[in-house]
Design a protein around this ligand. Sequence first.
Ligand code: MN
Length: 272
Amino acid sequence: MSLIEDLVLSYRILASHGVVDAYGHISVRSDRDPNRYFISRSLAPELVTEDDIMEFDLDSNPIDQRGRSMYLERYIHGEIYKVRLDVHSVVHNHSPSVIPFGVTTVPLRPLFNTAAFVGEGIPTYEIRDFQESGDVIIKTPHLGASLAKIVAGHPAALMRGHGSVVVGGSIPAAVIRSIYLELSAKLQAQAMLIAGPGGAITYYDDAEVAATTARQESARTWERTWELWRSKAKAELAAEARLGRGERSENQSRILQLWQRAAAACGCGRRH
Ligand code: MN
């Protein structure tokens, strides 16, 4: 089990939970040099393999670019690693349920067990406070640093009209928080709909937040979660590798035959 393997698997896990789609990324601080981090080249998360992982310094300059294209928003990662020495993994995503909370004044609040960390506070980053109005992409070190300032000591921050950034002391911590942040936002919106305007919703109080997060830490609750998600992602990768070696499943062979027959019938198969 290597850091890079876990990083690759985490791209799959985030995608399979709908936290990232063709966009979004996760990085990990290097275990050999705390002033460097690893992240994929610019690629859709589900396509990431170990060969796609690149190393960067904390100014987000590539160590060995070899012509590979890079994520425009990599400054999110480097600038957070500079100021949060406790953070070893950063996720940036556009997961859908958090977006409404970034564009309204309704704060995200803790309402269930696995997202109790929301009670540690999720601030919202307003990019207009740091640049003239324009697009919302974190494409400069300045914007990355300003986002890191808003994240401060929190587990995550919403990015108005864009998505969120989630941090953790390890890859599993950042992945698990990202997935449960999305679920928490979805459940809070549902609770607010059911309660109606001005309706009462019972959120966790500070003591419940502290007790729940402390117990999850001491009971190593997340190991079970990570083991499950990791093994599923690993099986998926292994299956792809087998298919890549030509060991197609019966179903796939049948689909291929149908496709070839259809292509032959319309005469359009030659292009493919
Ligand atoms: Mn983005």
